[in-house]
Design a protein around this ligand. Structure first.
Ligand SMILES: [Mg+2]
Length: 430
């Protein structure tokens, strides 16, 4: 039998009954009967995984992006703020810790903790997390592909066309595909000489920026045209573009994309790992083109979306629940965007399978400005062997069915997961 790390606590009571009795005790006494006893973090694969334990045997899990294996000390920094607190009062805990985070990557620890708290709150109530966020308005949630990436054969427009052809034929049945172009695609930026006037920077990705040459801009447009020809109007094509473009190049590019009916142009000016939203510049771009303009994956907290939303500076926002401060935070922002006529398409490619579960519960509750979330994949592949509770297959015809099990509704197969723990993290599941 598989060892579960949660549920089955309180002797042999089923989780829902146990939770009912737990909440009953709270009601009678007015005192919290569930307390946080520990905050742990293990690096599994490359994903920081957060585990919050309680005195009632319930554990909650959260996860941060696989791009951030260095995050463990930042997660553990918050431990003393959590110990002894009632994990079902998520907001009270968030008041203590959210002020000590920042734009990507430094909001991730707070975000993963928030998600783990909702996981506990759901289990304690015997309800799926989406119920605690206000209840679902859809039974299945649309995803978009930013993660299934067949290898590229070369850098020509035809190679890009062949690549999206494979995505079009994928078993997941994607209805919306996002491709990296321009400064977000270092291979594209090195494919021909003189793509832009400055020189390529060495080191971490996406650090280039500058003024495009006419030749460079034409090449990017030709790749987009080739991809769109394959996808037609059956499958949407979104473009992750930067950051790093200058405003005039961005306008020229967006106008060239207008006949192609691109779903959105993402982060072309600022964005991924840029610690400021630059709303005024985005507003200038948005007003110059009919192509929807998208940004926001790096932004931490609702306050930092205020200018983008109130100035109606973009058409779509894409916060990542593992960077913005969590799933309730993202829902608040999506609701505020909705009343300003702005759509939402959450970022999530590196959020892992625990993150996937958080996305599904959140997306089920988002308002009708919801487009799709960027579906994380289990990477490496063995993640699918250590997490259980997800539908099989996860994605059907470009959607994921929303499940009803308490909390996030996913658990670790501890015996299998322990094989992937480092010596330092050996006690993570104890
Ligand atoms: Mg992006």
């Amino acid at each position: 039998m598989t060892t579960l790390t949660r549920r089955g606590f309180l002797g042999s009571l089923p989780a829902a009954a146990a939770a009912t009795s737990l909440l009953g005790q709270q009601k009678r006494t007015g005192q919290p009967k569930i307390k946080i006893t520990d905050l742990r973090c293990a690096i599994i694969g490359r994903n920081p995984v957060v585990r919050i334990t309680t005195d009632q045997g319930i554990s909650g899990y959260g996860q941060a992006e696989s791009a951030k294996p260095y995050l463990k000390p930042m997660v553990l920094f918050y431990k003393n703020y959590l110990l002894g607190e009632d994990p079902t009062d998520v907001e009270r805990i968030m008041l203590k810790i959210r002020r000590m985070g920042a734009f990507k990557p430094w909001g991730s620890a707070v975000s993963a903790i928030e998600i783990a708290l909702w996981d506990i709150a759901g289990q304690a109530a015997g309800q799926p997390v989406y119920k605690l966020l206000g209840g679902k308005i859809r039974d299945r949630v649309r995803i978009y592909n930013g993660g299934y990436r067949p290898p590229m054969k070369g850098p020509t427009p035809q190679d890009y066309a062949d690549n999206v052809q494979m995505m079009k034929e994928a078993k997941e049945g994607f209805t919306l595909i996002k491709m990296a172009v321009g400064f977000h695609n270092p291979a594209m930026m090195s494919a021909i000489p003189n793509m832009f006037y400055d020189e390529r920077r060495q080191g971490p990705p996406h650090s280039d920026r500058g003024v495009m040459t006419e030749r460079g801009l034409d090449y990017v447009v030709s790749c987009v045209q080739a991809m769109k020809k394959v996808l037609g109007n059956e499958i949407g094509l979104a473009l992750d573009c930067g950051p790093g473009w200058m405003i005039k190049d961005a306008i020229t590019f967006a106008r060239a994309c207008e006949p192609l009916r691109i779903t959105w142009i993402e982060d072309i000016l600022t964005g991924d790992y840029t610690p400021y939203p630059n709303a005024q510049l985005f507003r200038d771009l948005k007003q110059a083109t009919s192509v929807p303009i998208h940004t926001g994956e790096e932004i931490y907290l609702r306050e930092n979306f205020k200018d983008l939303i109130e100035m109606q500076a973009v058409d779509v926002i894409g916060p990542d629940p593992e960077d913005v401060g969590g799933i309730a935070e993202l829902k608040w922002i999506a609701e505020y965007a909705d009343i300003h006529g702005i759509a939402v398409a959450p970022h999530g490619i590196f959020d892992g399978l625990i993150g996937l579960a958080a996305h599904v519960h959140m997306a089920a509750t988002l308002p009708q400005n919801y487009i799709a979330f960027e579906c994380p994949f289990g990477q490496p592949e063995w993640w699918y062997d250590i997490v259980q509770g997800l539908p099989d297959p996860v994605i059907k015809k470009g959607y994921i069915d929303v499940w009803d099990t308490p909390g996030l509704g996913v658990t670790f197969n501890v015996a299998a997961a322990q094989r992937h723990l480092s010596d330092e993290d050996r006690g993570f599941f104890d």
